[in-house]
Design a protein around this ligand. Structure first.
Ligand code: PAF
Length: 284
């Protein structure tokens, strides 16, 4: 496995590879990331992984500073998964001080939910992903469904910019009790780890209500909020949305329009997100 730190070296290395599947990450790799790498391996001859804690997607400098960076551990995991190339640039390599910044934005998908709680977040995600896609030039790039809004924003950006690649949606990986894997889970105390189950339980409750015919989004949203609060979580949002556009719904009818339930909550000191798509998600 090669590890390269410059854009030029990455371009030279990928030009020698046949079909490439790309997994962009911020490191601190867990089973969720490894499942993306394994899916990538099924999709192309070679897997390229980027490990870059992207400063432009953090609106809180303290959060950026404390983001874990276990690089040697991450590289060992990539070697074990037979990754062909790891791109691990410095912030200056990606954002040279002389660069005139270009905004890439998908406002209708990016402004609510995570975008409302973390202003500028998706602009930073789009900015770095556009650069990474142009550097690596993959045939396909794998993204997890856990960050559903991010996935939708990236799909829209790739389509609108006519990038010659596809985006592969990969299922959320969960602990056996249902908690969605996240780099943040290690910061949960044993007690909060139990409380964190409120998120996946809220989504199960929403799914149950919708399967029973409940069509009022407000009823679903109240039910999700109650489950999370009963588990001592502080709700950021608990909403049922159109799965394609993320727009609010007047009425839930999963037969005619796919629904995604999305939740964000602070559990102890840790902010967690999760979601569940209730019916097959139509492609854009
Ligand atoms: O999902 C992430 O880890 C990041 O948002 C991504 C896609 C690697 C961009 O920095």
């Amino acid at each position: 496995m090669d590890v390269v730190r410059t854009i030029t070296a990455t371009r030279v290395a990928v030009s020698r590879l046949a079909a490439v599947a790309f997994v962009p990450t911020m490191g601190a790799l867990h089973e969720g990331h490894l499942s993306l790498i394994r899916r990538a391996k099924e999709l192309a001859d070679h897997v390229v992984v980027s490990i870059f804690v992207n400063p432009t997607q953090f609106n809180d400098p303290a959060d950026l500073k404390k983001y874990p960076r276990p690089l040697e551990d991450d590289l060992a995991k990539c070697r074990e998964e037979e990754v062909a190339l790891v791109f691990n640039p410095t912030p200056e390599e990606i954002y040279p001080p002389t660069e005139i910044p270009v905004r890439i934005d998908v406002p209708s998908l990016a402004n609510g939910l995570e975008g409302a709680d973390r202003p500028g977040h998706f602009e930073g995600v789009c900015r770095v992903c556009m650069k990474l896609f142009n550097i690596v030039q993959p045939n396909v790039s794998c993204f997890g469904m856990k960050d559903y809004q991010q996935l939708k924003v990236i799909e829209a950006m790739v389509a609108a910019a006519c990038l010659p690649m596809s985006v592969e949606r990969c299922e959320t990986v969960r602990d056996p009790d249902g908690l969605a894997l996240s780099s943040r889970n290690v910061r949960l105390s044993p007690e909060d780890r139990k409380h964190a189950l409120g998120l996946s339980k809220a989504l199960s409750e929403a799914e149950r209500l919708i399967a029973d015919g409940e069509s009022d989004p407000q009823v679903i949203e109240r039910a999700m909020t109650q489950v999370i609060e009963a588990h001592h979580g502080k709700v950021g949002y608990a909403v049922a949305r159109n799965a394609r556009s993320l727009a609010p719904l007047d009425i839930i009818n999963p037969q005619t329009e796919s629904v995604v339930c999305l939740v964000a909550a602070e559990v102890g000191e840790v902010r967690l997100i999760d979601n569940r798509v209730i019916a097959p998600v139509p492609r854009q």
